[in-house]
Design a protein around this ligand. Sequence first.
Ligand SMILES: [Zn+2]
Length: 242
Amino acid sequence: MATFKCHGIIIKRSNLGEADRILTILTFDLGKIKAVARGVRKTLSKLAGYLELFCVDDLLLAEGRSLDTVAGAVTTKCFKNLRGNLKATQTAFYFAEIIDKLTEDREPHKEIFELLENSLEHLDGKKNDLLISYFEFNFLAETGFHPELNKCISCSKKLEEAGNFFSFESGGLMCKNCRHDIGHSISSEAIKVLRLFLQHRISVIDKLKTENNLSKEIRQITRGYLKHTSGKELKSEGYLYE
Ligand SMILES: [Zn+2]
């Protein structure tokens, strides 16, 4: 049987039969894949300890007719603090569900792999109110919904300092003349933060000092835009606010 190696993060696990599991893995090279891990629900399974949720693994997979099988695994990163923190775990489930529901199998997305790995690393460390917005906005940008933040998406004119709108339908900022009852009012501070999200690595969120109201405004935009473009219900989202 042909085998291949891959580097991936386990984003979902479901039971199969008596002792097996189906894993959904976001890999660096291949995008999202599914594989069977045989016997991992038995107490003596050697593999089981290496196939925990949200761990980063080096995997050896054996090609199967319908599903590949995990032949070997070594965990390279396991976010221990994240796993011990309910809020952080719920956020990780939310990120995983976004990737699971909104990306296609075997469609490579190296940037999304890095976005998830960096976000999990961040969740393992300190709390930051901007992390979810950062993830949502960059996920959208990488999956074909890169928003226009530099000029009006409708008339292409330079934006005024204040009085602008974000249109989920058009995917970007709109001036007040083009708004025509669509679009959500957005402050100049929120626009600045959203631009920084797209220009910088995740560590930028630790350098930004945002008041609670501004974080909330930003989240309304990123969440609304994700909801509008995906059109899908994300079950894990409800747990974020508990
Ligand atoms: Zn305009």
